[in-house]
Design a protein around this ligand. Sequence first.
Ligand SMILES: [Zn+2]
Length: 228
Amino acid sequence: MKLKKKVIIIYGPPGAGKGTQALKLESVLNFYHFDTGREVEKIVHNPKNQKDPKIKEQRKLFDSGKLCDPKWVADLVKKIIRKLAKKNKGIIFSGSPRTLFEAEELIPLLIKLYGKRNIYVVKLNIAKETSIFRNTHRKLCSKCGYPVIYSQETKNWKFCPLCGAKLFVRVLDNPETIKIRIKEYQKRTTPVLDYLKRQKIKIYEINGEPLPSLVTKEILEKINLKKL
Ligand SMILES: [Zn+2]
């Protein structure tokens, strides 16, 4: 039997473990882990693209840490999604579509290519205190910047799970900054979740407090993908 391709979209406040869960699910399910920032970087830093004025313009924005043109990013993401769907590949998104604009651009395409019933939205819930604790106790990759959230599983990690480079402890995050980031997350994500509900896409509420491996187990049980 040919398996139906599926899409998993993971949301959660800072420190909920979106990236960690995406990595775990990626290896369990053999889906493509879609990280918009990484995809944009691949395009703007590709030497072959340096003659394209539009890409050059986006590269300047990207390299200075500013937001790239949302329409340009959405078009790029849609192009990649079409390619993945053609290959019958499942996709995991962590934290995106981030805004209502992105959701309105991408969700109709995902529905068209994958079908409403094959889109699973997972919302990782953690207490505000947990978010603050985890974000003030995290390590970052010295090479790719990947954040490793503190947990019993990750506290002794010394190397990046993505690229193998050394991790360092970041001391810049302070509780007030994190509170602001939590508020921004809620403000930005609520309209996206409302939009998904209007599209009749089911949202699975998952407790993000336990150990990462237990959270993964709970996600797989809830969305019933164990049979894959
Ligand atoms: Zn890394």
